[in-house]
Design a protein around this ligand. Structure first.
Ligand code: C5P
Length: 221
């Protein structure tokens, strides 16, 4: 008899609160946690390190397959290392998110990253967040959420987050970047951002983090 491994997928656009919610839900359930966006972001860092741009498909694929990523996640700490270097902060830069989104539109790169993501599915369970967790990576997932919020609210949240480390951050520019990235993610040919047919939609525009977490936990119960 094969053991079923429960998976909760949380997909949605950037800034909807997926990261905070998914991490806290994973900690509460004591499940594993996959932030797939961090994989694309780390690949963007590796691309910059190796002077690659989105036109270098073959070398990007090689890097996607060979990069060594280590995630460490507990209630108070979350770190990401790439080939031995701590990239926890670097991957959060807006420029890195934009490069990640360009690289993520390349079908061969997405294909190369499939196994890396699927390896996270282990007992006692997994919370996986991104754009295509419920549609492509874990279509068999037992529970699926599509988490959104208005572009204005998402830009505001990103602004407050980035403002702590960057005084030059502009709300208008962030909103524009968010909308450009949404458009690219929703309209690409492979694994576009969209809700799985069996996903529960949660709009977090007017909800607190705790309210979204409790809606997710209710699904699991
Ligand atoms: O979630 P985050 O904003 O960190 O993701 C950065 C970029 O990586 C996204 O804009 C998206 O293009 C890409 N991504 C993706 N598929 C995922 C997760 C992220 O294409 N599952």
């Amino acid at each position: 008899m094969t053991t079923q491994i429960p998976v909760l997928t949380i997909d949605g656009p950037g800034g909807a609160g997926k990261g905070t919610v998914s991490r806290l839900v994973a900690v509460k359930l004591n499940w594993h946690y996959l932030e797939s966006g961090a994989i694309y972001r780390a690949l963007a860092v590796a691309a910059k390190r190796d002077s690659l741009d989105p036109g270098h498909t073959d070398r990007l694929v090689q890097t996607a397959l060979s990069m060594n990523l280590v995630f460490q996640c507990d209630a108070s700490n979350y770190t990401v290392s790439l080939d031995g270097d701590d990239v926890t902060e670097t991957i959060r830069q807006e420029s890195c998110g934009n490069m990640a989104s360009r690289i993520a539109a390349i079908p061969e790169v997405r294909q190369a990253l499939l196994d890396k993501q699927r390896l996270f599915k282990q007992l006692p369970g997994l919370v996986a967040e991104g754009r295509d967790m419920g549609t492509v990576i874990f279509p068999e997932a037992s529970h699926k959420v599509f988490l959104t919020a208005s572009a204005e609210e998402r830009a505001k949240r990103r602004y407050l987050q980035l403002k702590q480390s960057d005084n030059n951050v502009s709300l208008d520019r962030l909103r524009e970047e968010i909308e450009t990235r949404d458009n690219r993610d929703m309209n690409r040919a492979v694994a576009p951002l969209k809700p799985a047919v069996d996903a529960v939609l949660i709009d977090s525009t007017a909800l607190t983090v705790d309210e979204v977490i409790s809606q997710c936990l209710d699904l699991i119960k």
